[in-house]
Design a protein around this ligand. Sequence first.
Ligand code: CTP
Ligand code: CA
Length: 226
Amino acid sequence: LIAGTAPGSLTGKRVVITAGPTREPIDPVRYISNHSSGKMGYALAAAARAAGAEVVLVSGPVSIAVPAGVEIRAVMTAEEMLEQADRAVDEGCDLFIATAAVADYRPDTCATDKIKKSNESMSLSLVRNPDTLATIAARDDAPFTVGFAAETRDIEHYALDKLTRKKLNMIVANDVSAPGLGFNSDNNSVIVFWPQGREAIGPGPKAVLAQRLIALIADQITEKAG
Ligand code: CTP
Ligand code: CA
């Protein structure tokens, strides 16, 4: 059994969480996206709220309900996600958690009309999207930042690389190649890394994991402040 979040451990804190996939338009009817369900981000929003925080959820398109008492800001593209997240942090933010599966690239242009098929092959020209998490972590007034790293191999290596490269306070790594866990599942198993430690959580339901994660984050915020 995993202990729940101490009620009130985030009282008075403002938390901004990104969640879900982004959609990058190709033409008026098509887009590039991924299989993110948004479940982990929404579970964290609910757990942070239960721990007493004021929570803003910046979310790409998902089909799950917004947790009670959580403010939602709906976005579509990676560029909109950065804009809305930055604005939410401007309004005041103690803790920023990025769970969104942001498309790393977008089509360089969105065709005005539906693209007609013609040749046997076609290619799309893609350009890099902005990194919301790295941008927030690089702010002079950066909140405590937590990133997620979905990996299929060398999990620890890539997670620690993201922790230092993006200058994060914490990274939550999960193995998305494990069957029945991660991306679209209700269950997850993660290893959390921060500069002075690590902790494995799960496997277990995302709601239970989210409570434990919020408790761990609240501990680290207190330790950093104290
Ligand atoms: N992230 C983000 N904006 C992006 C890309 C990623 O905010 N444009 C955030 C994710 O929400 C996650 C963390 O950065 O919290 C790591 O995302 P991931 O895709 O694992 O890392 P990348 O830096 O994009 O590296 P790669 O996909 O090459 O592994
Ligand atoms: Ca990526």
